[in-house]
Design a protein around this ligand. Structure first.
Ligand code: COA
Length: 391
């Protein structure tokens, strides 16, 4: 990691960058280095990009995944609610899902996936600069990234949570790449993890069949050549007007700070504790939203990347419903051999789904160096995001 620049250096670099961007002609397809004007000189001949901000690229150096030990089959769920294996498989493609038990937690899954990704990348945890944990189900309302940091021994990192539901990992990946592109960091660990089994109403057959727990992670490492960057194009959106279609709302029945007068010490009773309600979903609306937005966002990312759909080697979508995955694959003319799907084994693991699918495809030898990977996440918020990656 580079040493921290002084405040005056930061101020002068911001001014220099502003001058540089005013002077250059934007080029959509000119490559990342060209767009940044690397090597350009100011009117007085000085470099316009100070050393601490030398643009860089990012490569995916390692991936890992972790799943709870216990799994629930469709038959297991048929014992809880009025459903059956055939209905679940036909409508969703799901055969079973993993759920945490015993000592397992969001932190333990995320840390397990992170350790494997670091091992594959051959990066020491102490050399990680930033940890981004995409999750909607932390072990602590203040976030779980720091407990993951402690568990893996990444003592030099800033660790923080990012909440963008099932789009969280793709959003985190784009964030992570941008940390590295700035040139100030060496390694960013991006984790997608969720334990939505904590919020599922196991009496609701409309939702309990869908979700599972799990975590996936990737290590992004700096490359000196910006043109080597793994992120070729991306597209990210949210639409809060559709929020009500998929929620797990904070609720309070008694006095909670912010919703009622706090109790005083003399009252002798602690303020009430709030909690999040079970997941509530309008399945058909979410389905329509996904079918509409996934092809649209992928088209935009492909366009920004200058990559055609024929050049896609692997389609790695959020694993929410096999019908959504198949619809997107058909739209881009991609055969089964190009579609990564593990929904049958794990269900919808929310922010864990895309990195688990990526990690598994790498570990199985499907995704290889140089391959073009098209990925997209979508879900609560509503949020949706996509990226075109060169592995
Ligand atoms: N088992 C058996 N029957 C079920 C059932 C289940 N688990 N869940 C619902 N049904 C019933 C309904 O009650 C309904 O019965 P009715 O016709 O007698 O009223 C019938 O099946 C059809 O229900 P419907 O909700 O129209 O089914 P669907 O084809 O839309 O499938 C989902 C439901 C949830 C699988 C589907 O809407 C979906 O996948 N949506 C997207 C959800 C998603 O991806 N969420 C996460 C986003 S990150």
């Amino acid at each position: 990691m580079f040493g921290a620049p002084s405040m005056s250096a930061v101020a002068s670099s911001v001014a220099s960058c502003a001058r540089a961007s005013a002077a250059r002609v934007p080029s959509r397809r000119g490559g990342y280095a060209a767009r940044l004007g690397v090597g350009a000189k100011s009117a007085r001949g000085a470099s316009v990009v100070p050393a601490a901000f030398t643009p860089a690229g990012a490569k995916i150096a390692g991936v890992g995944m972790e799943l709870p030990s216990q799994s629930l089959t469709n038959e297991d769920l048929a014992a809880l609610v009025d459903t059956n294996d055939e209905w679940i498989r036909t409508r969703t493609g799901i055969g079973k899902r993993h759920v945490i038990s015993g000592d397992e937690s969001l932190t333990s899954l995320a840390a397990g996936a992170a350790k494997k990704a670091l091992a594959m990348a051959n990066v020491d945890a102490k050399d990680v600069d930033v940890i981004i944990l995409a999750t909607s189900s932390p072990d602590d309302a203040f976030g779980s990234a720091c407990t993951v940091q402690a568990e893996i021994g990444a003592s030099g990192a800033l660790a923080y949570d990012l909440t963008a539901a099932c789009s969280g990992f793709v959003v985190g990946l784009v964030n992570g790449v941008h940390f590295l592109r700035g040139g100030e960091y060496e390694h960013v660990l991006v984790i997608g993890a969720d334990v939505l089994s904590r919020y599922v109403d196991w009496r609701d057959r409309g939702t309990c069949i869908l979700f599972g727990d799990g975590a996936g992670a990737c290590v992004l490492s700096k490359t000196t050549d910006p043109n080597d960057c793994c992120l070729l194009g991306f597209d990210m959106h949210s639409d809060g007007t559709g929020n009500g279609n998929l929620t797990s709302k904070f609720t309070s029945e008694s006095q909670v700070c912010g919703t009622a007068k706090p109790t005083s010490e003399s009252d002798g009773a602690a303020s009430g504790v709030g909690s999040f309600a079970n997941i509530a979903m309008n399945g058909q609306e979410v389905f329509k939203f996904a079918v509409r937005t996934v092809p649209d966002t992928l088209t935009k990312s492909l366009d920004k990347a200058g990559v055609s759909s024929e050049e896609i080697d692997h389609l790695v979508l959020h694993q929410a419903n096999q019908r959504i995955i198949d619809g997107a694959a058909k739209k881009f003319g991609l055969g089964k051999e190009k579609v990564v799907s593990n929904i049958e084994k794990y269900g919808n693991t929310s922010a864990g789904s895309v990195p688990i699918a990526m990690a598994e495809a790498v570990l199985e030898g499907r995704i290889k160096q140089g391959d073009i990977v098209a990925t997209a996440g979508f879900g609560a918020g509503l949020t949706w995001a996509s990226a075109i990656l060169r592995w």
